[in-house]
Ligand binder design. Structure first.
Ligand SMILES: [Zn+2]
Ligand SMILES: [Zn+2]
Length: 259
């Protein structure tokens, strides 16, 4: 099982347009953060979670050759706007539509933004085709299972995901874009080999967890390895990473972890 961090930045990316990030060391490539998404490989099956504005570049930089399933956590711009570039993976699937899993509200957003792509197969070679499927609480795939839950994110709810590989039973939880992780969601993540948590910035925010809130959540779930993601320019990689207890680290663009 493998997780690839395609992007680990907040919605404006890091650095932001026309902004001096002061204490951020831009000589360190780990501080250059494109918008957040991950790619999970389970028993040879490739699952892409979200498609940021940089999705095409992220696929090239991380040598993504295949996507079998796409999961949209929620319809915010930084997670949905790269979806048009899934067209290439329709080609690679042999001219078929790509299965798109999300909540009812997530799928509604896909229909609004990409009406031309909702079809059984691409109109022409190179065009996108999305097969929209409302994600069940447990999605059974040949390669494993994806357990889903809902996380609070302001007026929106975000899909929290737990991936379980069929052959090994290894598990990865991905909880991005959330203000809190409730009791039920912590229970779902308990026992996972890797837990990924939203950790926006040092100070509190109405719809995301701060570093402190993410730390409390990580220590309670107590996974062997926790990674923080969706970070702003306020978090310098080296400055923060050395402060965390063992088994808790900041993710960075291009990080690949094999279980
Ligand atoms: Zn986001
Ligand atoms: Zn969001």
């Amino acid at each position: 099982m493998e997780i690839i961090f395609m992007g680990t930045g907040t919605s404006q990316g890091v650095p932001m347009i026309a902004h001096d990030p002061e204490k951020l060391d831009l000589q360190n490539p780990k501080n250059w953060r494109s918008r957040s998404s991950i790619h999970v490989v389970m028993d040879g099956c490739h699952i892409q979670v979200d498609a940021a504005q940089e999705f095409r570049l992220q696929c090239i930089q991380n040598n993504i050759q295949q996507i079998d399933y796409f999961v949209l956590t929620h319809g915010h711009a930084d997670h949905i706007l790269g979806m048009d570039d899934l067209r290439r993976f329709c080609d690679l699937l042999g001219g078929k539509s790509i299965p798109i899993y999300s909540s009812e509200i997530g799928l509604k957003r896909v229909r609004e933004i990409f009406p031309y792509a909702i079809r059984e197969k691409p109109e022409f070679r190179g065009y996108p085709a999305f097969q929209l499927i409302e994600i069940p609480p447990i999605l059974e795939l040949d390669c494993g299972r994806i357990y889903t839950t809902l996380l609070p994110h302001g007026r929106m709810q975000v899909l929290g995901l737990l991936f379980e590989e069929r052959s090994s039973g290894k598990r990865i939880a991905y909880y991005t874009d959330c203000k809190t992780v409730g009791v039920k969601q912590r229970e779902l993540a308990r026992g996972a080999d890797i837990v990924v948590l939203d950790a926006l910035r040092p100070n509190s925010h109405p719809t995301h967890m701060s570093i402190e809130e993410a730390l409390e959540t990580a220590l309670d779930i107590a996974a062997p390895q926790t990674y923080f993601t969706h970070m702003t320019f306020m978090i310098d990689h080296e400055t923060y990473n050395i402060q965390f207890p063992q088994g808790i680290s900041l993710a960075y663009d291009g990080l690949r972890v094999t279980l």
